[in-house]
Structure formats: structure tokens, C-alpha cells
Design a protein. Structure first.
Ligand SMILES: Cc1ncc(COP(=O)(O)O)c(C=O)c1O
Length: 369
């Protein structure tokens, strides 16, 4: 068996240890005589898996007591609709404006979906600069009293990451919740959950398989849903039923639980951050030192998870990718909207994988430069 180095943006590589454990437990989970996939979600076996996964995620991210962790379905794109649905209902004044900071393809999608449910104010956008930097808060034009402010803290396609957390209180909006799409960098480093009203993300990068959506929401934001919100997607109902209002994605939750335990064994999020920094420095360091390759994102917001880069001559792209595949370096093709290459180096990518990529970048440069 050969495990290649898989640079996919998502669904992405999972730790081999986790997959091996799932394989061992596939036919008979802990003597239950059945696979996790075959268990009632309300039976004691699965209830214990769910409770452990929630507890481990709470511990890893240091989620405060007054936040609920919801395991949902529909992915981050469904949440783009569910956020306005869940946050716009409680305003006696009928306020229906939400602010969006647009920093890449994913936040473009978020604000577009929200327009179906509310007025959207684009507080800032870097679209004119092809999403190569983050606008500072001094540049944001927030509306007077928005229902919430939405950001995407790691733009998976454009490779732009926030290394700071916007302070809405300092901007004169102390009661406005900050809502963040954290899909592609959750669990890559410690984050201060208390600075956010809502964090949400699809699981298929650092958490586990697709099919599971994680929503971390502050208690006081529950119960604000618009009447049109489907019950299965009303955060308050999901929270009251401990993510069991309807059948949750049981197998994806089980794998996520194994990933959380794997992260704990690595030393938690501080250890993940050290490893992710080392990987990003190795890769950006090589790209910066070369005239053959280039990157386009400003140095202070270059994503540690998703690294878009370009060959100096696009005509070499297919040859580059074919050579990479031959060496077991997979899924390096950039997103079609950006072009070039993209290396996604999530938690499960070892330093050895990034080293193998850098060795190949050097070799390719020597033979084609
Ligand atoms: C930052 C971000 N937001 C949203 C999405 C869309 O998520 P999903 O496909 O789970 O709906 C993705 C991509 O997978 C993403 O990277």
C-alpha cells in the first residue's frame, strides 16, 4: 500500500492513523458487533461517541461554557443561508441589515446567499486587488447597527488568512456578533472563541469527512431565528436536542472524534500551530527565494493552510502536475478561478510531505528554468 502526499483543498488528507483505526473498527466497533454506520444514533454506543467528540472539540478549542457546539449537515454553504435565517428574527425594530467583509471567493458566496434574506452592506472588499490582501478595520465601512458582521477567516481559494481578530466593540458595535467561516483553518492553531458570536465550517479539511458541519454559537444568539427557518436547521432546536433533532451524520462524527483524539495526541492546537508554521515557512521560504515561482498574497496574511503559487510560465503547468503525480504529490492544481497551483497543507500533511514538494519544486526549476 502506498499513501501519496495529498495536497487537496478538501475533502482533504486525513491522518493515516485515524483511517487505520477506522478500518480496524469497521466491522465491529468496540465489541458492539456492528459498524458505527449501522448503529442507532440514539443508542448508548453512538451517544458515547458523540459526547466524547463534543467534549474533545470543546477541550481542544477551549470553547467557553456559554457556547454550544452543534453538529449539523449541509456544509458551510448551507450555513450561508442559515446564518441570516438564525440571526435576523429577534429584532423588534425589524432591522434586516448584515455586514460582510469580502476577501475571496468564499465570502463572495456568503454575502450573495445572505441577500436572499436580508440587506447586505459590504463593509470592505478587496476584489479590485484580486483578493491578495486583507482590508484593515480602519478601511471597513460598517453600517450603523448591523445584525451581525461576517468574515471568512481563511479563504481557501485565494490563500488569505486572518492572523488577527476584528474587535467590533472598538469599532463602536459592542453588541454585534462577529460571525466567521472557519472551514479551512479551524484546529490549525488556538483561536479565541470568545471573540466570536458564531464560528462555522464544513468538516472536510481539518476535522474529518464531508457531511458534517460544525457550528459553535454563543448561547444568547439562540432563539433569534426567522419563522421560515427549517426546524432541522434552527440552531436553538438543534442545540436543545444536542444535535439529535434529526439523524446526525453519525459516521462523519465518529471519524471527526478520532481526528480530535489524534490532535490531542500530537499535543493539541499549540503543537499543531508549531507544525503548521514550520510547514508554511518551508514552502513560502522556497517560493520567495525563487524567480521561477511566484506567490501573490501579501506576506502578513498568507494562509498557512492553502498556498496558491504560480510557475513563471503557465505553459509548463501540465508538465509540472504530471511530474508531481509521478512522485506521489497529488491534487496540486490551482482552483480554476485563480489558476496556477495550490498546495493545501492542513494538519494531516506532515512536514515530510512539504519537504517532498519543495524538493520537487527545486528539481523542476533546475530542469525547466
Ligand atoms: C472557506 C470555505 N467556506 C465554504 C466552503 C464550502 O463548504 P461546503 O462545500 O461544505 O458547503 C468551503 C469549501 O469547501 C470553504 O473552503
Amino acid at each position: 500500500m502506498t499513501r501519496a502526499f495529498n495536497f487537496s483543498a478538501g475533502p482533504a488528507a486525513l491522518p493515516a492513523e485515524v483511517l487505520a483505526r477506522a478500518a480496524e473498527e469497521m466491522l465491529d466497533w468496540h465489541g458492539a458487533g456492528m459498524s458505527v454506520m449501522e448503529m442507532s444514533h440514539r443508542g448508548k454506543e453512538f451517544m458515547s461517541i458523540l459526547a466524547q467528540a463534543q467534549a474533545d472539540l470543546r477541550e481542544l478549542l477551549a470553547v467557553p461554557e456559554n457556547y454550544r457546539i452543534l453538529f449539523m449537515q449541509g456544509g458551510a454553504l448551507a450555513e450561508n443561508a442559515l446564518i441570516p435565517m438564525n440571526l435576523l428574527g429577534a429584532r423588534a425594530d425589524g432591522q434586516r441589515t448584515a455586514d460582510y467583509v469580502v476577501t475571496g471567493s468564499w465570502s463572495v458566496k456568503s454575502q450573495k446567499e445572505a441577500r436572499k434574506y436580508c440587506e447586505v452592506n459590504i463593509a470592505a472588499s478587496t476584489e479590485d486587488e484580486k483578493f491578495t490582501r486583507l482590508p484593515s478595520m480602519a478601511e471597513w465601512k460598517l453600517s450603523k447597527d448591523p445584525a451581525y458582521v461576517h468574515i471568512c477567516t481563511n479563504e481557501t481559494i485565494h490563500g488569505v488568512e486572518y492572523f488577527w481578530t476584528p474587535d467590533l466593540a472598538a469599532a463602536g458595535l459592542p453588541d454585534t456578533p462577529l460571525v466567521a467561516d472557519v472551514s479551512s483553518h479551524i484546529l490549525s492553531r488556538p483561536m479565541d472563541v470568545s471573540k466570536f458570536g458564531v464560528m462555522y465550517g464544513g468538516a472536510q479539511k481539518n476535522i474529518g469527512p464531508s457531511g458534517l458541519t460544525v457550528v459553535i454559537v454563543r448561547d444568547d444568539l439562540l432563539g433569534r431565528a426567522l419563522p421560515i427557518t427549517p426546524s432541522a436547521f434552527d440552531w436553538k432546536i438543534v442545540a436543545e436536542n444536542d444535535s439529535m433533532y434529526n439523524t446526525p451524520p453519525t459516521y462523519a462524527i465518529y471519524i471527526a472524534g478520532l481526528v480530535f483524539q489524534w490532535i490531542k495526541r500530537q499535543g493539541g492546537l499549540a503543537a499543531m500551530e508549531a507544525q503548521n508554521k514550520a510547514k508554511a515557512e518551508l514552502l513560502y521560504g522556497y517560493l520567495d527565494g525563487s524567480d521561477f515561482y511566484r506567490t501573490s498574497v501579501a506576506a502578513d496574511c498568507r494562509s498557512r493552510m492553502n498556498v496558491p503559487f504560480f510557475l513563471h510560465d503557465d505553459a509548463l503547468n501540465e508538465t509540472f502536475l504530471a511530474g508531481a503525480r509521478e512522485r506521489g504529490l497529488l491534487q496540486l492544481k490551482g482552483h480554476k478561478s485563480v489558476g496556477g497551483m495550490r498546495a493545501s497543507i492542513y494538519n494531516a500533511m506532515p512536514l515530510a510531505g512539504v519537504q517532498a514538494l519543495v524538493d520537487y519544486l527545486r528539481e523542476f526549476e533546475r530542469s525547466h528554468g
